[in-house]
Design a binder for this molecule. Structure first.
Ligand code: ZN
Ligand code: FE
Length: 741
């Protein structure tokens, strides 16, 4: 007989870990206890040495699917304490919190079955959950994860639920959000004016939706606006939400329904149906179908993820528009009162409930690339799961970029990337950003010892960082935007040393004060060199050229010696260009896409970031191998696009061919740039990062072409490729800067 003390680190709270251990202890004929600590769980067991060892071996093999065991420390001793049976002790708060918190998880099959069983006590109960499913991150106030620290503290358990909660054989054993209709939260329906309507709330909402109304529905991390996928209705929704052209997401009854509209590969189906339930960007079966929902070649599809969603779909709804309830880029609404006030005149009704959302969390958004999520937005279902990184020892706060803001906080070997935050130019978003940083610091008990931000002096995140640095006397590191992108993709793939970075995005502040964004860098966390770029484009009228992309088209054509008479306001643009006033130079790949989309007549005025690029991608033929001509000049190796623009503007080929040939040219150019750099440096690893790599035409071709040329190619896998993923790179660079000091 021996005693063992086990310390387990990882995601082991709120995932059914203790009941699992209880059952395993019982079947192994051992005695002892387990308790949640702020660094995971701790237990002591007594029994025969062989049984103890078998238990330790079986622990990671048999653990619940949501549990992530990072490490198991075991200390054996001959001194017995004489435990009797097995006890689950109540949580204690330790001084050093290190607990990981589970993301929110979609309803499991067992709960779904019970909810549909007329004889079950939770028949049609919209808050049914168990140790394997339900809300987590979005209802937690503080750690350790216990009911008292969640939104469920307002709902004392009834004797029935209490019995289940304490019954080791029950699948709700120690499920913190466990409840039933007797004791738990409930849904209610309000009309357009916020007046309560009597009746079955879910049926009321279903009827309103079926008769063509727009209804606000409270989800896990915030409110949605839902309506039928009807052309006129979608136009009305766009009018009310003041959202002109940006695509909406849809929620489909199941993967089979989605398959009727979109191509769904086996890998995409897996991600769609997985327990994290992101919005998956699926290619439309017909390019021009569903154009009211999405003007480009993809539709964002998710499956129902809460019990309430399933009840809402019932037997007869197959697909709904499900768009975040927010106004002009402010954060997603998550409080009942706020929704009632701000959605007045927008929603025709409100399906709400009285379980508070503690933390906003938007739906995640991704493509499926190489069998895995490729994020445009990493949020619900993934956050606050950390990225583990070696070689970080202290707390660092990385403040991210601006339009797609995010932050990262590090602790030990973990980096915690935040959920989707949004555009910081917005006051409410900025406030949410700062609140979320505080929330993460508290949840994970992190006090930053270094703060890092972008080099751009006007980013709100830079302002936040320098203010805090000054106020709290914390050292501040500033990092070049594209260097951070490169470092982010390196960390994402656990790379060290030096790599080639192809960093393509809309814009970022360069070390020379001009806007960069079509970069070929060489370096690592410690530093970088700009080895290649693209010929700078004058942005006539500065920022206006981003939305009015015909201005970029003019600049491209003019510089390439082409006819510009077809461009609107050509004379005015000519004068501005000649005067050089307010014509900053940009080497942003996003700008080149915008300009070409405008030249091709695809889009001359953009209403959202990257619109020209997505529409150009959607317009491109899949079966064109040709490309246009181009040259390089100078050092750094500069991509001279003038020949390409000239050929493109004079080409008699179909639009779909021209769009493809443009992207093929970029691919050729990128491969040549990398080959040139390899010759100079001997490096053969290429990382791809930046918002322009949200282009699936390029992502399905460029990596393959680079591999054929002998390169090892890495794209993002755990954080977004756009600016949302930037903070991870900033953090890594700050970490290495500190070591160097
Ligand atoms: Zn109950
Ligand atoms: Fe960027």
């Amino acid at each position: 007989m021996e005693r063992v003390r086990l310390k387990i680190h990882g995601i082991v709270q709120g995932v059914g870990f203790r009941p699992f251990v209880h059952r395993l202890v019982k079947s192994s004929s051992l005695c002892g206890y387990i308790e949640n600590t702020s660094s995971g769980v701790e237990m002591e067991l007594e029994g025969e040495r062989v049984r103890l060892e078998r238990f330790i071996a079986e622990l990671p093999e048999k653990a619940p699917k949501l549990a992530v065991i990072e490490s198991v420390e075991s200390v054996f001793s001959d001194e017995l304490k004489g435990f009797d049976g097995f006890e689950i002790r109540t949580s204690k708060t330790e001084e050093t919190r290190n607990t990981l918190i589970s993301p929110d998880i979609c309803i499991c099959d067992d709960c779904l079955r019970e909810m549909r069983d007329i004889n079950d006590k939770r028949y049609r109960y919209p808050f049914i959950n168990c140790t394997n499913c339900g809300p987590r991150f979005t209802i937690i106030n503080d750690v350790p994860y216990d009911r008292a620290k969640t939104s469920m503290s307002a709902f004392p358990m009834c004797p029935d639920c209490d019995r289940e909660y304490h019954d080791i054989e029950n699948r709700r054993y120690h499920a913190q959000p466990d409840c039933c209709a007797e004791c738990g939260p409930h849904v209610f329906y309000l009309d357009a004016d916020g007046k309560a309507v009597k009746g079955d709330a879910i049926e009321l909402a279903r009827n309103e939706i079926k008769s063509g109304r727009i209804v606000c529905i409270k989800g896990l991390g915030g409110m949605h606006l839902a309506c039928k996928c009807d052309g006129e209705l979608i136009k009305e929704l766009r009018r009310r939400k003041q959202r002109d052209e940006k695509p909406f997401a849809v929620m489909c009854r199941n993967a089979e329904t989605a398959e009727k509209l979109c191509f769904v590969s086996a890998d995409e189906k897996k991600v769609l149906e997985g327990f994290r339930r992101p919005i998956v960007l699926l290619k439309k079966r017909e390019r021009n179908a569903l154009s009211e929902i999405s003007e480009n070649g993809f539709v964002g599809v998710m499956l129902p993820y809460t019990p309430l969603h399933y009840l809402l779909f019932g037997d007869d709804i197959n697909m709904l528009i499900m768009t975040s309830a927010n106004l002009s880029d402010t954060p997603i609404m998550y409080k009942n009162a706020e929704a009632l006030e701000k959605l007045h005149g927008i929603a025709d009704g409100f399906l709400l409930h009285n379980r508070d959302i503690q933390t906003r969390c938007d739906d995640s958004l991704c493509w499926v690339l190489d069998k895995k999520e490729y994020f445009a937005r990493r949020s619900r279902g993934y956050v606050p799961f950390p990225v583990s990184v070696d070689g970080i020892s202290r707390g660092i706060l990385a403040c991210g970029a601006e339009q797609k803001a995010s932050f990262c906080l590090s602790k030990g070997s973990y980096v915690f990337p935040s959920q989707h935050i949004g555009d910081l130019k917005n006051m409410e978003t900025l406030e949410n950003y700062s609140n979320q940083i505080s929330h993460f610091q508290r949840l994970f008990d992190i006090k930053p010892e270094v703060i890092v931000c972008d080099m751009h002096p006007d980013y709100m995140s830079t302002e936040y960082a320098s203010e805090r640095s000054e106020l709290e006397n914390i050292p501040l590191v500033t990092v070049q935007h594209h260097h951070a992108h490169m470092a982010s993709c390196m960390a994402d793939n656990a790379l060290d040393g030096e790599v080639i970075g192809l960093i393509w995005d809309g814009t970022g502040c360069g070390t020379d004060g001009t806007a960069w964004g079509g970069e070929c860098l060489v370096g690592g966390y410690e530093g970088f060199e700009r080895m290649g770029s693209i010929r700078p484009i004058p942005l006539i009228g500065g920022d206006r050229a981003v939305k009015e992309s015909f201005r970029v088209a003019f600049a491209l054509l003019k510089d390439s010696g082409c006819d510009v008479s077809g461009i609107e306001n050509a004379e005015m643009l000519e004068k501005m260009l000649q005067s050089g006033l307010n014509c900053p130079l940009s080497s942003g790949m996003g700008r080149l896409f915008d300009g070409v989309a405008a030249i091709l007549g695809i889009k001359t005025h953009c209403s959202y970031e990257g619109q020209g690029a997505v529409l150009l991608e959607a317009a491109a033929s899949e079966n064109v191998e040709e490309a246009f001509s181009y040259r390089f000049y100078g050092c750094p190796l500069c991509f001279d696009w003038r020949e390409m623009i000239k050929e493109l503007s004079e080409s008699k080929a179909a639009l779909s061919a021209k769009a493809a040939m443009f992207m093929n040219t970029l691919i050729d150019m990128a491969v040549s740039q990398c080959e040139y750099v390899r010759e100079k440096t001997g490096l053969d690893r290429v990382v791809l990062s930046g918002g322009s790599f949200q282009n699936m035409y390029i992502m399905r071709r460029l990596p393959e072409r680079l591999r054929q040329s002998g390169f090892k190619v890495y794209h993002h896998r755990r954080v977004s490729t756009n600016d949302e993923g930037l903070s991870l790179g900033q953090l890594m660079i700050a970490n290495s800067t500190r070591h160097a000091r």
